[in-house]
Design a protein around this ligand. Structure first.
Ligand SMILES: NC(=O)c1ccc[n+]([C@@H]2O[C@H](COP(=O)([O-])OP(=O)(O)OC[C@H]3O[C@@H](n4cnc5c(N)ncnc54)[C@H](OP(=O)(O)O)[C@@H]3O)[C@@H](O)[C@H]2O)c1
Length: 320
C-alpha cells in the first residue's frame, strides 16, 4: 500500500473526475432519529453550525443519501448549501429498493434527491448497496451513465461493493464511456478488511477512489468512550462500546493517544490522517461545530512513516 507524501488541497474522484477536498463530512446523523437520536441532544442548529464550521475550515465535500433521515439529511444539506456563499460538492446515494425494478426508478429517485438538495446537478451519485436481484447491474449502470450524459450527475460511484461487483460496475459503465469514480466502503483503523479482500487493490487498478465511511468507527476512535458513558442512539446496545469491547480495541486507542500527544493533535485527527495518508477520502460524521472543526484539523499536517507503521501494527487484527 502506498502512503502519499504530500496531500493536495483537492483530489479527483476517480481518474480525472470531480475535484473534491481530501476529507469530507458524513451527514447520516443529520435528521436521523432512528440510529443517531437526532432531535434529542442535537438538532438543526447544531448541524448547521457543523456545516458552517466545515466550510470555514475549507472542507466542502458533503456525503448524504436519500435514505438518511428519510430525506431529511438531503434537505438539511441543500438548505445549508444555499445559505452558504462558498460552493460545496454534494454526494448523495440511490437506494436499490426491491420495488425499483425499471430504469426510470433511477431517474425518478435522482429527480427527488435533486429537489430536496435544491440543485440541478451534483458531482457524485452513488449506488448505496449492491442489491441487484430486482434491477440488474446492466440496467442500473446504463441508467446512471445516461444521467452523466444528461448532465444531472458528474460522476457515478458505488458503495459497499465487493471487488468483483466493483469490476462488473466499472465494465458496464465503460461500455457507455463513463468511468466508475468511487466505492464508498467501511474503512478505519478498526475495519481494514478492504486491504485484504481485494477491494483496495482492485480500486487502485481501476482508478476508483475509496471513500472511507465510519472512519472514526462511529466515535470509538476518538477515545472519548471509556465505558462510563453510553453513546447515544443505537450504539448504546452495541457491545463494541461496552467495557469489554473497549478493552479489545485499547492497543489502537492507546497508540492514537500517544501519536496525538506527539503531534499535538487529537486521536480523531490522527485516525483520519492515517486514512488520508493512504489516499482514501474519509467522511467523518459531525454533529456540531466543535466536532467538524476538529475533524477538519486532520488535514494540513502529516504522520511520518514510523507513525503510520505503528498504527498499522496496532490495528493488524482488524485487517481480516
Ligand atoms: N455507504 C454506507 O453504507 C454508509 C454507512 C455508514 C456511514 N456512511 C457515511 O459515512 C459517514 C460517517 O460515518 P458514521 O457517521 O457512521 O461514523 P463516524 O464518522 O466514524 O463517527 C461519527 C460519530 O463520531 C462522533 N464524532 C465525530 N467526530 C468527532 C470528534 N471530532 N470528536 C468526538 N466525537 C466525534 C459523533 O458521534 P457522538 O458525538 O454521538 O459520539 C459522530 O456522529 C456517515 O455520516 C455517512 O455519510 C455510509
Amino acid at each position: 500500500m502506498n502512503t502519499t507524501s504530500t496531500v493536495p488541497s483537492t483530489v479527483s474522484l476517480g481518474n480525472n473526475g470531480p475535484q473534491v477536498t481530501p476529507l469530507g463530512v458524513g451527514t447520516w446523523s443529520w435528521g436521523d432519529t432512528l440510529f443517531w437520536d437526532y432531535g434529542k441532544e442535537y438538532n438543526e442548529n447544531q448541524v448547521r453550525e457543523a456545516f458552517q464550521a466545515s466550510v470555514e475550515a475549507g472542507i466542502t465535500l458533503f456525503d448524504t443519501a436519500e435514505v438518511y433521515g428519510l430525506g431529511e439529511s438531503e434537505k438539511l444539506v441543500g438548505k445549508f448549501a444555499r445559505e452558504s456563499d462558498i460552493p460545496v460538492a454534494i454526494a448523495t446515494k440511490y437506494f436499490p429498493f426491491p420495488w425499483r425494478i425499471f430504469r426510470n426508478a433511477v431517474t425518478d429517485a435522482l429527480t427527488e434527491s435533486l429537489q430536496r438538495l435544491q440543485v440541478s446537478s451534483i458531482p457524485l451519485y452513488q449506488v448505496h448497496m449492491p442489491f441487484t436481484f430486482f434491477m440488474n447491474q446492466e440496467t442500473l449502470m446504463d441508467a446512471l451513465a445516461e444521467e452523466v450524459k444528461n448532465g444531472r450527475i458528474e460522476a457515478v460511484g458505488v458503495s459497499n461493493y465487493s471487488a468483483g461487483e466493483m469490476r462488473a460496475a466499472h465494465e458496464q459503465l465503460q461500455k457507455r464511456g463513463v468511468p466508475l469514480a468511487s466505492n464508498q466502503v467501511q474503512y478505519s483503523l478498526l475495519h481494514r478488511k478492504i486491504e485484504s479482500n481485494g477491494i483496495w487493490d482492485t480500486a487502485q487498478e481501476l482508478g476508483v477512489t475509496i471513500i472511507a465511511y465510519s472512519p472514526l468507527a462511529q466515535g470509538l476512535l476518538t477515545g472519548k468512550y471509556t465505558g462510563q458513558e453510553k453513546p447515544t442512539g443505537a450504539r448504546g446496545i452495541d457491545p463494541k462500546f461496552k467495557p469489554s469491547g473497549l478493552q479489545k480495541i485499547s492497543p489502537v486507542t492507546n497508540c492514537l493517544r500517544q501519536l496525538a500527544e506527539k503531534h499535538q493533535k487529537t486521536p480523531a485527527q490522527v485516525a483520519l490522517n492515517w486514512l488520508v495518508s493512504r489516499g482514501a477520502i474519509p467522511i467523518p460524521g459531525a454533529k456540531n461545530a466543535e466536532q467538524a472543526k476538529q475533524n477538519a484539523g486532520a488535514l494540513g499536517w502529516q504522520l511520518d512513516a514510523e507513525d503510520t507503521q505503528e498504527l498499522d501494527r496496532a490495528s493488524e487484527p482488524w485487517l481480516r
